[in-house]
Structures are given as structure tokens and as C-alpha cells.
Design a protein around this ligand. Sequence first.
Ligand SMILES: [Zn+2]
Length: 396
Amino acid sequence: MERIELHVRDEKVDVYQVHADGVLWPCPECGNKLPAYDHKDERVWRHLDTMAFQTGVRARPPRVECPDHGVRPAGVPWAESNSRFTKFFERFAIDVAQETDPKGAGKILKLSWDEVWGVQERAVARGLRAKPPVALRFMGVDEKAVGHGHQYATIVYNLEEGTGEWVGEGRKKETLDGFFQGLTTEQRAGIEAGGLDMWGPFIASIREHVPGAEGKLVYDPFHIVGHMNEAGNDVRKREHRQLSEEGRSPLGGTRFWWLYGRENLPERHREGFAALHAAHLKTGRAYAIKEALRDLRVQDSSKTGAAYWRWWRFWATHSRLAPVIRVAQMMKAHLDGGLNYFAHRIANAVAEGLNSKIATLQKLVYGFRNKDHFRTAVLFRCGGLQLHPVTHPIPG
Ligand SMILES: [Zn+2]
């Protein structure tokens, strides 16, 4: 260290770094240790605050003349080559960004939105470089709406690790093909089960790329119940409209009551809900059928599961509720995948947990100005990656 300048009025501290004569620097291409050839203009790297004063490390970074690679910037030990922050600051910024949204992180760190994104993007790139090759046994696949309009992203989960593994643009068969094309034959064969929604393009892609896919496709009860929730909501909307035309509908403002699982309905709605449920509405019938479907997953074998399923299906197809019948028919076409669940039991809770994490990401004001932002956000928050740069004490 050469000197420290304290600027009280600006609440800033500048730390000037110089290096001793004779220090050798690595060529960025080959690591060859070489003496400094010359120095570039002074630069500043944002460091951790000193007593609440914004602190900059200032130095003229050296260049080396490598016999093989010519004159190259040697880089400095306290920062990565493409960053305006020291590694210590970058670590801190990563920790803050993980606990808040980019706008909040920017406020706390006094950084712009773009700078916070830069930190996240570098962190994800760093994490992916350090990541060992994929050993994916239990994969989950899901599609998510991103930003405005009809844009989608495909997410591959590692259900064993509880992490987001991969994010691709769109939700076509080719999208998921892109993931499998990045795996070796052994890696694809190593997939023991794939949990997914009954989404044709993904099913086709898994069939094409995963050996023995028929016994490995698992239609997650979580998704199936999601379809029943949609069907129930259609029934409610229709009934609400009809009752409103006839006079007065008790269904107004009750949309979310029916989406809860029985045990999760908030206390304050219980009385009103019980009264409605007792009123023999079509909506109540659809709800009961949905709740019964939720119990499919607690059956203890594919045998009892199949029996339960036959019973449920009979009820659903005789409900005289068109949206409910449609779900029952869709499940019939995919029954094997529904029953594979009992053979694999892939971590349903993990899939649900990841799903709600991603839903939060979708809601946060991420301003997904491009789809890469969504990918970065998923891998940053849920990727299980080693995001931090390796830090060393600043020499001097
Ligand atoms: Zn070199």
C-alpha cells in the first residue's frame, strides 16, 4: 500500500496500491511469471466501506510482455479482470443480492440496477465454471411464463439437490432437446425419473433422449392438482355468472378459498367457507373432487394408487362438470405416468418448494428486460452454485 486518502466531506476513502520492484506477474493466457512491462492508467475498484465511507482501491494495473502472447494486462490480485469491484466487495454484494431484489440491493449497496445485475451475472458464470459435471438422477421439468406477453422459459430441476439445473428459452420440444444435447449418453442413461406436467413437447423430448423413459416419466400430483384447481375455478366463474344473472351470487370474492387445500384455509375464512360448502353448489362439488385427488399421493403403492385412481376417475367423469371431466380424461391418457409416481416418489415437496421460489422470482420486480435475466435469477437464487469469488487479503 502506498497511501490512504481520507475525503471527509465526500465521505470517501481512497487506498492507493503500488507494487514493489521486481515483483513478477502472470501472463493471463499461460500463467508465465514475468516482470511488469508497463502500467495502464489508474483505475479504481470499489471496496468494502471503511467506517461507513465508500472506499476505493486505486492502482495502475501492470502489463506483461509474454514471449508467446505479446503485451497483455496482468490483472490485479484483489479483483477479477472484468470487475470494477474488489473480490471482497463482490462477495458482500452477492450476499445482499441473495437476500433481496436487485432494486433493494442497489439501494443498500449504492449501486445501479445494472451493476447489481453485473454482480449476479458474474456470480452465476463463476458458479457454472466451478460446477462439477451433472449427475442428475431425479429431474423435474417445468415451464414458466416470463415477463410480458407469451414468453416462456423451460426450467430443469435437480430434485435430489433441490436446485435449478438449467434454464432454456421457450417451452417447445426443441427447448428441452437443447438440455439433453448438453449431456453425455451416460448422463442421460443415469436419469432414473423425470417429474413433469402432462406437457406433450416435454414428454416427447424425454422419450427421445432418456433410455427407458416409459417407466421413468412421472406426472407429479402437484401439477395434476394444479389442473384441477384451474378446472374448479372455471366451474366457479361459470356458476358465479349464472347465479348473478338470477339475482345474487354468494361466490363473489371467494376465488382463493377454493384454491387452498382444506387444511390451509386461513382461519378468518373458515366460517364463510363452511356455509358455502354446505350450500350444494357446483363449485363445492368441484372442490371436493379436487381435494380427493390430493389424497392420491398418500396411497402407499401403485396397486392401492390404481384402485384409488379408478374410484376418483369414476366420480370425476360422472360429475357433470365439463372442466372436471376434461382433467379426468387428460389423466386417463397419461395414467402410467401418474402411477409411476408410486414407484419413484420423486421429491414432491422439493418440487413444490422450488416452484414457490420461482414464483417469487417471477413476482419480484426483476424487470425481465430480456430472457437471460430470468435464467440468471433462477441460477443465482436456486442454482446451488458456488457464487463467491475466492478472496485473498489485499497485499501491501
Ligand atoms: Zn503468455
